[in-house]
Ligand binder design. Structure first.
Ligand code: AMP
Length: 224
């Protein structure tokens, strides 16, 4: 079974949702650079203060900072058996840095799975996205709503009110999509060239169906 997995795709394509499921299924850590950065902003750390403006405006945090965070996280013991990387790499220099980190450890990336969804659907999805501030569960008011009005369903949360991310406002979403096409999309070609890319069409698909497609890819790889 593939152990070191990168999930690629534009903001709102469902990387976070899929990464959480895969992490649970395979017992691997889910590493989301976006979650790590949001933690720092929320807690007002030194790093948080440096990156706040970039995030608020839908820009990428500078490569050095993203690479530093990931280098540190991948060095932790729970990453030894593998991991699901969500939101990193997001630029060609970051993809090269990931290669370098892997090489240093004599490890290999098994697969980069791209979830492909078109921009208009992404805007539709992101404006309706809500998350639970306590457990991090992701909902969509249109496509995957909670059972009760904007309240988390999970047993431990007891109806915590869901929140909208600051950067899920339409103008910021458009900026994030622009950044994605200009800076992040080129890494699809980077992984294709290495023979590591697998693409999943995610248009108008329920997260369960996208999950099934990804599982098929991972299963097929394990049989190779
Ligand atoms: P995400 O939760 O993955 O959508 O990320 C939210 C925001 O965090 C992005 O819009 C960027 O500002 C920042 N971010 C997350 N991952 C990276 C990364 N690998 N490189 C640069 N910025 C990032």
């Amino acid at each position: 079974m593939a152990r070191r997995i990168v999930l690629l795709g534009a903001p709102g394509a469902g990387k976070g949702t899929q990464a959480k499921r895969l992490a649970e299924t395979y017992g691997l850590p889910h590493i989301s650079t976006g979650d790590i950065f949001r933690f720092h902003v929320e807690h007002g750390t030194e790093l948080g203060r440096k990156i706040e403006e970039f995030m608020k405006n839908g820009k990428l945090v500078p490569d050095e900072l993203a690479c530093e965070i990931v280098a540190h996280r991948l060095g932790e013991a729970d990453c030894r058996p593998g991991y699901i990387l969500d939101g990193f790499p997001r630029s060609v220099p970051q993809a090269r840095e990931l290669d370098r980190l892997l090489e240093l450890r004599n490890e290999q990336l098994n697969v980069a799975v791209e979830i492909d969804v078109d921009d208009e659907e992404l805007v539709e999805r992101l404006t309706a996205r809500r998350t639970c501030p306590r457990c991090g569960a992701i909902y969509n008011l249109r496509f995957a709503p909670p059972a009760r009005d904007e309240l988390c369903d999970k047993p431990g949360c007891g109806g915590v009110r869901l929140v909208q991310r600051d950067d899920d406002q339409e103008q910021t979403i458009r900026e994030r999509l622009k950044v994605y096409h200009e800076t992040t999309e080129p890494i699809i070609a980077f992984y294709k060239q290495k023979g590591l890319l697998r693409s999943v069409g995610g248009r108008r698909l329920h997260p369960d169906d996208i999950n099934a497609k990804i599982e098929d890819i991972l299963r097929a790889m394990a049989e190779d």
